[in-house]
Ligand binder design. Sequence first.
Ligand code: RNT
Ligand code: ZN
Length: 415
Amino acid sequence: MNAFEFAQERYAALGVDVEQALKLAAAKAISIHCWQGDDVAGFDQVDGAAGDGIQTTGNYPGKARNFAELCQDFLRATALIPGKKRINLHASYAVFAEGEWVDRDSISYKHFAPWVQFARENSFGIDFNPTIFSHPRMKDSLSLSSPDAETRAFWVRHAIASRRIAEEIGRELDDQVVCNLWIPDGYKDVPADRIGPRQRLKESLDLIFAEKLPHVIDSVESKVFGIGLESYTVGSNEFYLAYAATHPGVYNLLDNGHYHPTEMVSDKLSALLCYFDRIPLHVTRPVRWDSDHVVSFDDETREIMLEIVRNNALDKVLIGLDFFDASINRVAAWVIGTRNAQKALLWALLQPSAAMKNCQDNGDFTQKFVLMEEAKTLPFGAVWEEYCRREGVPATEAWYAEVQAYEAEVLSLRV
Ligand code: RNT
Ligand code: ZN
């Protein structure tokens, strides 16, 4: 009996069907953010760098500088990651023809057609985001809530253009595309008026979402604070949750770096699932604050996946990733973070959830506790390695040698 067969038996004894878990893990797409590859710089600004409420730290050499390099790096990473993949794009990654440039309120589908071709060739789905930060039209880090009507109008036009691009991508790929809106708008110090910016944001959102687009899954992403915007965030959790609840078709995206440190996104999923048929996620790793560290195989990542599985919500929760670490090899960062998300998903699918639920419903909390703890040391590694083998990717840490070779041959030549 090999290690995988042994694992199958151990799991079966607790009522867990390993083959079924492998099947479900392989079928669930994870949306991998393009912005890990270049520190959220994008292609549309000279010397683009993340600004307005977000920041990357680190200066590891070799970041992607253009469309070709970003695609090449993304493919290097995804060849080492099991499972179904989508690529999550930001509007700032518009691909312009030689000598062409248009501002963000004038971008259109043609600027993303090369991405669609890339996605098609590699069987990736696509998701999309308007880019409402790191741009001269941000006024004091305010956009859709700005007191300046022209600033608001510019960003409304950009968000509408982004939704239309997402719609066309969806039509082209015969798919539903998440179009997620996040803005940094807020104030560094205690504001004198809290409701004005929120009323203006609400008006802007109503203009943005007026057009019904059948291939788009719209979402809004709240945040508790941003860097340099510590005292007040216009798009708070309450604001967007209430907006989504009262605007059918607009969903509330949960980023697990965007809450107070003891608030858990894993606990929010079941609450939202009572009311929403979809929950888009940004899975990240906040270290003391919204630091966007690379996703680890840690307690909260596993708990988030466990809630998706236990609530029968694999079709309802749309898993996206959001991290950007410029202090380590960026291709390795993609691989580590996405393999960990996949690993946590498979781990969740292998928990004896039915048996534990039974115990809870029968008031047998002792037995539930016993199962929960014993399940932690089941032979998960053997199943993970089998999953990787079946997906045709390295099962062990051996994948890193491939990234090291890529660094020597490709990344280190970028200066
Ligand atoms: C920022 C939000 C947002 C961005 C990306 C680049 O705090 O998490 O999702 O990270 O859109
Ligand atoms: Zn996010």
